[in-house]
Design a protein around this ligand. Structure first.
Ligand code: NIG
Ligand code: FE
Length: 419
C-alpha cells in the first residue's frame, strides 16, 4: 500500500526554532508527519489523528519513549531540530595534551605557537597520519557529537597545509557520512598557519593557496566553503583578501576566524566579502557590528575556546543582539584551543560565559548555525525542511542549556530515519 507519510510522530511539544514570536518557536500542534526525509505536515489538534494514522507507514507515540508516572496528563517529550555544529576541526593527528601541561605551567597559547607548537605541531602529526588512522579517530570524535543530537557537522581542513594532506583531511571528513547518521559540510582552511616549507615567505604560501590548492580542491568538489585565520599568529587582512577573491572566483562561500586574540579587522573585511560567518570575535569592535548586520553575516561564538584559553575578553554579545546579528554557537572541536566534544556543553558555556539566554544558545546551535553554513534546509522544524529531529525527556528546552552532561536525546531522526 502507498502511504501518504513514512512516519507520524505524535504527542510531542515542538520547539521549532521558527521565528514565530513564541519562546523556542513552540508550535500549537503536537504531531508531525515525515515523507521522503522531509517534514511533510503538521497535524493540527482538531484533525482526527486516527485518520492520519492510517496514512502513515509507521506511527510513533512519543510518550512511550520516556518514563511516565501514573499521574495524568501524560508527560509529552520535546521535539527539537537536530543540532548543527557549524565550526569544528575534528579531523587531526595526535593530540596536544603536552601543550596543555605547558600552558598549566604558564606558557601562553601564542608563546607555544611562536615556538613552532600549536597548530604547527598538529600539522606535523596530521601529515604523518594515514587516511585510516585519521578516519578512525575522527569517527570517535564525531560520534560524541552525534550522541548529543548533532545531525550536521562542519569540518575544516587546515592541519595539513600541503595539498596531499589537506585533500586527505577533507576526504576523511566527507566520508564520516558513511559511518554516522550525520551530514558533513567541509571547509578548506589552507590559510590557518604558515607551513615550515614557506617560512618567511607567507605571500608565497598565499600564492600556493590561490594558484594550486584551492583550484585543485574546488575541482574535486571537496569543499563547501573556504575559511582563513586572520591574526598576528595567522594571516594579515591583505593576505586573507587574496584568499577571499580566489574563493569567490570558484563560487565558494567564505567564513573567517577573526578577532580571536586581537582586533585585526578581519571581520570588517570578511563582511565586505559577504562572509557567511565570522567566528570567535572576542575582540570585535562595537563599531564594526553594523557591517555584519548589513551583510547578513552570522556571528559564530565559540565559548569552548574562550574557556580553554582562559580568555577574559568576551565577544560583544549585547551589541550583536542590539543590531540583530544572528549569533550561532559551536564547539570549535580541535586539539589545541577547544578539545570539546559536546555541543550541549558549548550551549551551556554560551549562557554562563557569554550571558546568552538558553533560547538564544539553543537557536544558536540550530537555526543560526544552519545559517552560518548557508543551509536553508535545516535548523528549524517546518514543512519542507529536512526531518533532522531530536526528542528529549525534559520539561522545558532551557533544561538542555542549564544542566552539564545531564541529557541525551531519547531519539534522533536523521532525514526521517530513526537512528
Ligand atoms: O578555532 N584559531 C585558529 N584555529 C583554531 C585553533 C586551532 C588549534 O589550536 O589547533 C581555533 O581556535
Ligand atoms: Fe576554529
Amino acid at each position: 500500500m502507498d502511504y501518504q507519510y513514512d512516519t507520524l510522530i505524535y504527542n510531542v511539544r515542538i520547539a521549532s526554532m521558527q521565528d514565530n514570536g513564541f519562546p523556542y518557536g513552540e508550535l500549537a500542534t503536537t504531531a508531525i508527519a515525515i515523507k521522503d526525509g522531509n517534514i511533510a505536515a503538521f497535524i493540527s489538534r482538531d484533525a482526527s489523528l486516527n485518520d492520519v494514522f492510517e496514512q502513515a507507514h509507521s506511527v510513533i507515540d512519543a510518550t512511550t519513549l520516556i518514563p511516565q508516572t501514573e499521574a495524568e496528563p501524560l508527560k509529552l517529550p520535546w521535539l527539537l531540530p537536530g543540532f548543527v555544529d557549524c565550526h569544528t576541526h575534528l579531523v587531526y593527528g595526535g593530540n596536544r595534551a603536552e601543550e596543555f601541561e605547558m600552558r598549566l605551567q604558564g606558557a601562553s597559547y601564542v608563546d607555544i605557537a611562536q615556538r613552532g607548537g600549536g597548530i604547527k605541531g598538529t600539522v606535523e602529526k596530521t601529515r604523518r597520519a594515514d587516511e585510516h588512522t585519521l578516519l578512525n579517530t575522527a569517527i570517535k570524535r564525531a560520534k560524541r557529537l552525534c550522541e548529543e543530537g548533532v545531525t550536521t557537522i562542519e569540518v575544516k581542513s587546515g592541519y595539513g597545509l600541503d595539498l596531499d594532506t589537506e585533500v586527505r583531511m577533507l576526504r576523511v571528513a566527507k566520508s564520516l557520512e558513511q559511518h554516522l547518521p550525520v551530514s558533513i559540510q567541509t571547509t578548506y582552511l589552507g590559510a590557518h598557519a604558515l607551513p615550515n616549507e614557506f617560512n618567511d615567505a607567507p605571500d608565497k604560501y598565499i600564492d600556493f593557496i590561490c594558484d594550486e590548492a584551492l583550484p585543485h580542491i574546488a575541482s574535486l568538489n571537496l569543499a563547501d566553503a573556504v575559511d582563513v585565520f586572520c591574526e598576528t599568529i595567522g594571516f594579515s587582512t591583505s593576505q586573507i583578501e587574496r584568499v577571499f577573491n580566489c574563493a569567490q572566483q570558484y563560487g565558494l562561500p567564505i567564513k573567517a576566524h577573526v578577532e580571536q586574540l586581537s582586533d585585526s579587522k578581519g571581520a570588517v573585511l570578511a563582511a565586505k566579502y559577504g562572509a557567511l560567518s565570522v567566528d570567535h570575535i572576542e575582540y570585535l569592535a562595537d563599531s564594526d557590528i553594523p557591517l555584519l548586520a548589513q551583510n547578513g553575516t552570522v556571528a559564530v561564538l565559540l565559548p569552548g575556546a574562550f574557556y580553554y584559553l582562559n580568555e577574559v575578553q568576551k565577544p560583544p554579545v549585547d551589541a550583536l543582539r542590539a543590531h540583530n546579528v544572528p549569533m550561532a554557537i559551536a564547539t570549535d572541536f580541535n586539539p589545541g584551543s577547544s578539545p570539546l566534544a559536546s555541543i550541549l556543553t558549548a550551549i551551556n558555556m554560551g549562557c554562563v560565559l557569554f550571558q546568552l539566554t538558553p533560547e538564544e544558545a539553543l537557536r544558536g546551535a540550530t537555526a543560526h548555525a544552519a545559517s552560518a553554513l548557508g543551509l536553508q534546509d535545516r535548523g528549524v522544524i517546518d514543512t519542507g525542511k529536512l526531518a533532522d529531529l531530536t526528542l528529549w525527556d525534559i520539561e522545558t528546552p532551557a533544561e538542555l542549556a542549564y544542566c552539564i552532561n545531564g541529557h541525551r536525546p531519547v531519539a534522533v531522526f536523521k532525514e526521517g530515519k530513526h537512528v
